[in-house]
Design a binder for this molecule. Structure first.
Ligand SMILES: [Mg+2]
Length: 344
C-alpha cells in the first residue's frame, strides 16, 4: 500500500488550447498522471480559463486525499463527490474530480504493472474506427489542406466544426463521396436555425450532426431536430452525472453518445456510464480534444466497452500544449497505446 504524498496541477498554455495536467505522487515515489477539462480557449490570455478548474483540485480535492491509500479509487470518488456536493455535482467540481480520478487510475495501473484497460476487464476490440477532428477554421483552403493532411495520415473520416453547408460539398468534390464526414456546430443554432441547417445537409450523406442546437442540453429541442431532419444526432459532451446521461438517453434524441472523460468524473464515472450505454443500446463515441491523459483514458474506456463506435482524434496544426504523442493509427483505425497505466 502506498499513500498519496503530493498532488500537483500544471496548466500548459503554449497556445490557446490549454491543458490541465494532474500529477499524483505517493510516499514510494510512484507517479500517476491525469487531466481535467481544459477550459474555454482564450487566445488573449492562454491558460487563464483553466485556473478555476485547477483551483478546485488544489483547494478542494487535494487536501482531502493527502495521506490516504491511493488504491481505493472508487471510495475516493464517492468521498470527494459527497464532500463537494454543495458546490454542485456538475461543472468545474466534476472537471476537477475527473483530473484526479484519471491520475489515480494511471497510478494504480503502473503500481500493478498492467494497462488500465485490464483493470476495466480487458479489451473487447483490437482496433476502433477513428476520425480526425478539425477545429473551427472558417477558411475553405485551410479546411481542404487539413483534410488532405488527415487523409495522408491514413484517416478516412473527418469532423468539421463549420457552420456553412458548402464545406460538405467542398470536401465531397475534393475527396469523393467515400470520405466520411461528421458535422459539429457546438450548439451554434437556435432550434429553427438548427432544423434549417439540418435540412440543407440531410441529403449530403454525413455520419452525424453534433450538438445542433443551443442550449446544448435542451434534449427536447435536439429530438425535434432529429425528427424533422432525419439526421443521426451526436451529443453528450456537456452532460455530467449518471442521471444526466440517463435523461439524455431517455429523451431518445441521439444515435451517438459522446461523454467527455475530463468532465464526467473520470474513468470511475465512465465505467458506470458503460452500463447505461448497454441498457439503452447506443453507440459510444467518447468526446475528446487533446492528446495525452484524456485521449488515452478515453481509449482504455472505449476499448473495454462493447458499444464503442468512433474515436475522436484532435487534428490541430502545430504543437499541442502538452508534449504527448497521438496513439498508434493505421488505415483509419486507432490502437491502444502500449504500456502500464494509461500508457502515456
Ligand atoms: Mg463537439
Amino acid at each position: 500500500m502506498s499513500t498519496i504524498k503530493k498532488i500537483e496541477v500544471e496548466i500548459f498554455n503554449k497556445n490557446p488550447l490549454a491543458q490541465i495536467i494532474v500529477t499524483i505522487e505517493t510516499d514510494e515515489g510512484e507517479i500517476g498522471v491525469g487531466e481535467a477539462w481544459w477550459g474555454i480557449p482564450n487566445s488573449k490570455n492562454p491558460g487563464s480559463t483553466s485556473i478555476p478548474i485547477a483551483s478546485v483540485i488544489d483547494n478542494l480535492i487535494t487536501p482531502h486525499l493527502i495521506g490516504k491509500d491511493n488504491s481505493t479509487i472508487e471510495k475516493h470518488w464517492f468521498d470527494i463527490l459527497e464532500y463537494g456536493y454543495r458546490y454542485g455535482d456538475q461543472g468545474i467540481f466534476s472537471m476537477g474530480l475527473s483530473g484526479v480520478d484519471l491520475a489515480l487510475w494511471d497510478l494504480l495501473g503502473k503500481q500493478l504493472e498492467v494497462p488500465v484497460v485490464e483493470l476495466l476487464g480487458g479489451a473487447i476490440h483490437e482496433s476502433l474506427p477513428a476520425y480526425a477532428s478539425l477545429p473551427p477554421l472558417r477558411d475553405p483552403d485551410l479546411v481542404v489542406n487539413e483534410v488532405q493532411r488527415a487523409i495522408d495520415s491514413g484517416f478516412s473520416a473527418v469532423k468539421l466544426h463549420e457552420i456553412d453547408p458548402m464545406y460538405i460539398d467542398l470536401l465531397h468534390n475534393s475527396f469523393g463521396e467515400s470520405l466520411e464526414i461528421m458535422v459539429d456546430v457546438n450548439g451554434h443554432f437556435s432550434l429553427l436555425e438548427a432544423v434549417a441547417f439540418g435540412e440543407k445537409i440531410s441529403n449530403r450523406n454525413i455520419v452525424w450532426y453534433e450538438e445542433p442546437v443551443r442550449p446544448m442540453r435542451d434534449h427536447k429541442a435536439i429530438k425535434k431536430v432529429a425528427m424533422q431532419t432525419g439526421l443521426p444526432i451526436a451529443a453528450g459532451e456537456n452532460e455530467y452525472t449518471l442521471n444526466d446521461f440517463k435523461q439524455i438517453l431517455e429523451s431518445e434524441s441521439l444515435t451517438y453518445l459522446q461523454p467527455e472523460i475530463t468532465k464526467i468524473g473520470g474513468l470511475t464515472s465512465a465505467k458506470k456510464i458503460t452500463s447505461l450505454i448497454e441498457v439503452y443500446n447506443i453507440a459510444l463515441c467518447p468526446h475528446n480534444f487533446r492528446s495525452g491523459p484524456s485521449l488515452n483514458a478515453s481509449l482504455h474506456w472505449a476499448f473495454s466497452s462493447s458499444n464503442s463506435k468512433w474515436i475522436e482524434i484532435p487534428w490541430i496544426q502545430g504543437e499541442f500544449s502538452g508534449s504527448y504523442d497521438l496513439p498508434p493509427l493505421s488505415k483509419g483505425k486507432v490502437f491502444l497505446p502500449k504500456g502500464n497505466g494509461l500508457g502515456l
